[in-house]
Design a binder for this molecule. Structure first.
Ligand code: SF4
Length: 259
């Protein structure tokens, strides 16, 4: 099977391209991916399980004990985390105790790693739930995915497994009043006979229009780095990503390429 899966609730710390020394929190099952998207570029492989199956998920009390122990162990060392990052084998906001775990994590950060930020990498699919929307405001880095400028392209790249309406999603993102980061992965390649390319000029222009509506504090631009769910995808060269970043900045937004 293609894809890499985390086998721990608390993983790392690792040196992250975007977040520096990052201690990861995996709220998904160990040895299995659980997501309500099925991105063609996902490093965890294809989505087989779309419903969160509670008995396979980490228990919040166990996870918080493990996190506290790890933060104590790392305190004062060169691996003291710069970011405590919700990531892992799928979509973290699908965990039924996500709100409690995020709230407690912020407390533990203040206690053991006050200079660190709490980051959540999310596909934004649960923003319709008021408690998830409110909880994400607690994260220093609320990093949400927007991989195209049109619904068609997003559907083909991210393959949401439930109803997805781009205009509704943009409204949800706009409600953060700029207190969010947008992450966008640029890629191109064939899905069967169908070619997808979110770097095309028209796509980028449409995407920038959406960014201007959302007005994020930062736009993170990157491309594929490791093995992806779909074989044969093209990694976008740095000079192309730099041109895209330049356009975003010309529109008054902060953006960076992470390769
Ligand atoms: S949202 Fe993230 S975890 Fe889910 S399929 Fe896409 S890349 Fe993978």
């Amino acid at each position: 099977m293609r894809g890499f899966l985390f086998d721990e609730m608390i993983f790392g710390p690792v040196q992250s391209r975007r977040l520096g020394v990052s201690l990861g929190i995996n709220l998904l099952p160990l040895h299995d991916k659980n997501c309500n998207f099925n991105c063609i570029y996902c490093e965890c492989g294809w989505t087989k399980t779309r419903q969160a199956i509670k008995q396979d998920l980490p228990v919040s009390a166990d996870l918080l004990i493990a996190l506290e122990q790890k933060l104590q162990e790392l305190s004062g060392t060169e691996w003291q985390p710069e970011s405590i990052t919700f990531a892992g084998n799928g979509e973290p906001t699908m965990h039924p105790d996500f709100v409690e775990i995020l709230t407690e994590t912020v407390e533990l950060k203040h206690q053991y790693a006050p200079k660190a930020v709490v980051s959540v990498l999310s596909n934004g699919s649960m923003l319709h739930k008021p408690e998830i929307f409110e909880a994400l405001k607690l994260a220093d880095n609320n990093i949400l995915k927007l991989d195209g400028g049109t619904e068609d392209t997003i559907r083909r790249i991210n393959m949401p497994l439930k109803a997805f309406r781009l205009n509704e999603f943009i409204q949800q993102l706009s409600r953060f009043n700029g207190n969010l980061t947008i992450q966008t992965l640029f890629v191109r390649g064939f899905i069967g006979k169908d070619y997808v390319d979110n770097t095309k000029a028209g796509e980028v222009a449409a995407w920038i229009k959406l960014l201007k509506l959302i007005h994020p504090k930062m736009v993170m631009i990157y491309t594929i780095e490791r093995e992806t769910a779909l074989e044969g995808l093209e990694r976008i060269p740095k000079h192309e990503l730099d041109l895209i970043v330049k356009q975003v900045r010309e529109n008054g937004l902060q953006a960076d390429v992470f390769t």
